[in-house]
Design a protein around this ligand. Structure first.
Ligand code: SF4
Length: 689
């Protein structure tokens, strides 16, 4: 009966918390989750999950969920019908477009929503409004990795599957904390260490759990990874250990690359990075001796002024040692959010159409224009960071944002919040009244993953289906239905009845998804792109050459971008990142009672040396101040951090503790990804113990 749902049912879903892409069955009775049950059928995780996948779901039934559209009236939000909300959005976005042109509008998509919803968001921007101003939060994280890989090997995804990585002789983790941020991925490495003696090198500022398990743990100075990686590459070439056959057959640009390394001998690299020459020699020897090397990296590399260059150097090192195109070798950028890979793949990027087709290529434009029956925008789009600047200078006047708390997760949050205040019209679509939503003119209540169908793509390029576990709460709707409503309010005539129809459209337009269909993804089945029309997928990339015009990879010459450094005024380096228990800024997991009980708010990790110097004890309260803002935090003294390096987890429940009040305006020079990891602060002791 509609009045009382007493059936128990089991539904397959994909975890919504991180890029590992665990799948499992969810047992429910009505809206109550009875248990999360992983199964051997799950291609990535089998019977494993982490604490978030198992216990992080309370947010689904949170009383704070938005259940009806809201429209701003003065300082208040009042409930509205969907029709009223769509009418207002259609009218206001239409007015701004007519008065100021399509590029006066911007669209921010989400790495938490499905592939199909991302596709529709960029279609709305490009085909209905007529602008390429569309971006997603990969701008804050993995755009530099994509850039480095595109330049060298041609595709912006992991070279192989997590199963392949587990067969590597050597794994090198640079600037990543997988035991907390990608837990099931980390368990695969731990198991490979035990089962076949896989070697592990960890390069990080902070002694995280994987560092403790590593055969070699190195702590290069902040932002200098490109230098030690290059010195290792140079040493390998100097010793004649490079893979000559692989280079001759499959790689261009060797001479130029070697010339760019010339200044970085071991002595110079040692001076810049703080590593010993012996450490770099040992790394070179371990790569030489390994039966296959994989390098995994994340924000510790990418969120730096030289993140793209370092990502390219990682790929270079793999290329000169012949470490591509076979299992247990290759580049593994670790995607953070559950669908950051898919958000990019499906085209919510200013210069890439779905399937990494370049926006200005004439044949691409013609194909999409024909399919969509409209001209495509002819100006290059703005990325997220450029959109914020355009809000400040008044050229971007309206924005539609889905599933992204940009007032909180963008670097330099005070600056972003000031930009949002200047918007003439702002639509936010989310599960909760986020900090960003408080700046909105219209708020649209969306559904979380458990209430809708669609697909997510994990860090390995694996596309997996999620099924509807329960009905939308209240009047909330799946994001794809909402975007369709907005498009139609702007004069489009979209009639998608199910996300599978959207996927069929993508398959017809993007060659890398040619053979993707819902039938081929049924149940626990999955496909790793590229997928040919006959449904053959590609777990391992580059077995038949690289995604470049002549099939050969291109070594990117080193172009070192020196990091920002401490000053007399801001003398402490503030590193930042994730915790196992919480997801990202905590918007979802801080609604889970158990998790919240375990880790109620963020805290500041301080080294024993610094604590002694400043006379503080565990539990002390300090104020941190950067050139951009200030926060107040409790102190945890730990030798995970050293000297004048601090660590601040990014989950926070209050406006007083959020890391992005401190992060600044520095950014990666090629992709504009904020240099979150190059934040410098000063510390004032408020309560010493
Ligand atoms: Fe979810 Fe990631 Fe944990 Fe798997 S490892 S259960 S995908 S948060």
């Amino acid at each position: 009966s509609a009045l009382r749902d007493t059936r128990t049912k089991k539904t397959k879903t994909v975890c919504t918390f991180c890029g590992v892409g665990c799948t499992f069955d969810v047992w429910t009775k009505g809206r109550k989750i009875l248990k999360v049950q992983p199964t051997p059928d799950a291609p990535v995780n089998g019977i494993s999950t982490c604490v978030k996948g198992k216990f992080g779901w309370d947010f689904i039934n949170s009383e704070e969920r938005l259940t009806t559209p809201l429209i701003r009236k003065g300082d208040e939000f009042v409930e509205a019908t969907w029709e009223e909300a769509f009418d207002l959005i259609g009218r206001r976005l239409g007015e701004i477009k007519n008065q100021h042109g399509a590029d006066a509008l911007g669209f921010i998509s989400s790495s938490k929503v499905t592939n199909e919803e991302n596709f529709l968001m960029q279609k709305l921007a490009r085909a209905v409004i007529g602008t390429n101003n569309v971006d997603n939060c990969s701008r804050y994280c993995q755009s530099p990795a994509t850039d480095g890989l595109m330049r060298t090997v041609g595709l912006g995804g992991d070279a192989g599957s997590i199963h392949d990585l587990a067969t590597a002789g050597l794994v090198i983790i640079v600037g990543a904390n997988p035991a907390e941020a990608h837990p099931v991925f980390a368990t695969r490495i731990k198991r490979a260490q035990k089962l076949h003696g896989q070697k592990l090198i960890v390069a990080d500022l902070r002694k995280n759990e994987m560092a403790e398990r590593a055969n070699l743990f190195i702590r290069p100075k902040q932002g200098t990874d490109a230098i030690w990686l290059s010195a290792v590459a140079k040493y390998i070439v100097d010793q004649g250990w490079q893979d000559r056959e692989f280079l001759a057959a499959k790689v261009n640009g060797f001479e130029e690359f070697c010339a760019s390394l010339a200044p970085y001998d071991l002595a110079t690299a040692s001076e810049i990075t703080g590593l010993s020459q012996e450490q770099m020699i040992r790394i070179a020897e371990m790569i030489r001796d390994a039966d296959g090397t994989c390098i995994a990296w994340a924000m510790g590399v990418t969120q730096n002024c030289g993140g793209s260059e370092t990502s390219a150097v990682i790929s270079d090192l793999l290329l000169i040692t012949g470490n591509y195109g076979r299992p247990g070798a290759g580049a593994y950028p670790l995607r953070g959010h559950n669908n950051v890979q898919g958000a990019c793949d499906f085209g919510t990027l200013p210069v890439w159409m779905p399937g990494y087709q370049f926006w200005s290529d004439e044949p691409v434009r013609e194909k999409f224009a024909k399919a969509w029956g409209t001209e495509l925008p002819s100006t290059r789009g703005k990325d997220n960071i450029q959109m914020v600047e355009a809000m400040h200078n008044g050229t971007l006047r309206g924005m539609y944002l889905m599933g992204e708390d940009m007032a909180w997760v963008d670097a330099n949050a005070n600056h972003v919040q000031a930009a949002l205040e200047k918007l003439e019209f702002f639509v936010v679509q989310d599960l909760f009244l986020t900090r960003t939503a408080q700046y909105a003119d219209v708020i649209l209540p969306a559904c979380p993953s458990l209430e809708k169908e669609g697909t997510f793509t994990n860090t390995e390029r694996r596309i997996q289906r999620l099924y509807q576990v329960m009905k939308p709460l209240g009047d909330s709707r799946p994001d794809w239905q909402i975007i369709q409503g907005v498009a139609n309010a702007l004069g489009a005539n979209w009639n998608y009845e199910h996300p599978s129809e959207i996927m069929d459209e993508v398959a017809s337009l993007a060659p890398i998804f040619a053979g993707v269909s819902y039938e081929r993804l049924e149940g626990f089945k999955s496909l790793l792109w590229p997928v040919t029309a006959d449904g053959t997928d590609t777990p391992l990339l580059y077995t038949d050459g690289f995604a470049k015009p002549d099939g050969k990879a291109v070594l990117a010459p080193l172009n070192y971008v020196a990091p920002l450094t401490a000053t007399e005024e801001y003398d402490l380096l503030l590193n930042n990142g994730r915790l196992l228990e919480h997801f990202h800024e905590g918007n979802l997991t801080n609604k889970s009672t158990g998790i919240q009980h375990k880790v109620p708010d963020t805290f500041l990790e301080v080294s024993p040396e610094l604590a002694a110097e400043r006379g503080i004890e565990d539990g002390a309260t300090v104020r941190l101040e950067s050139a951009y803002g200030a926060v107040r935090l409790r102190v945890l003294i730990t030798d995970r951090v050293r000297g004048k390096e601090l660590y601040l987890p990014m989950n926070s429940v209050s406006d007083e503790t959020a890391v992005n009040l401190l992060t600044g305006a520095g950014h990666d020079l090629r992709t504009n990804t904020p240099a979150y990891k190059q934040t410098y602060v000063r510390m004032q002791v408020l309560i010493p113990r």
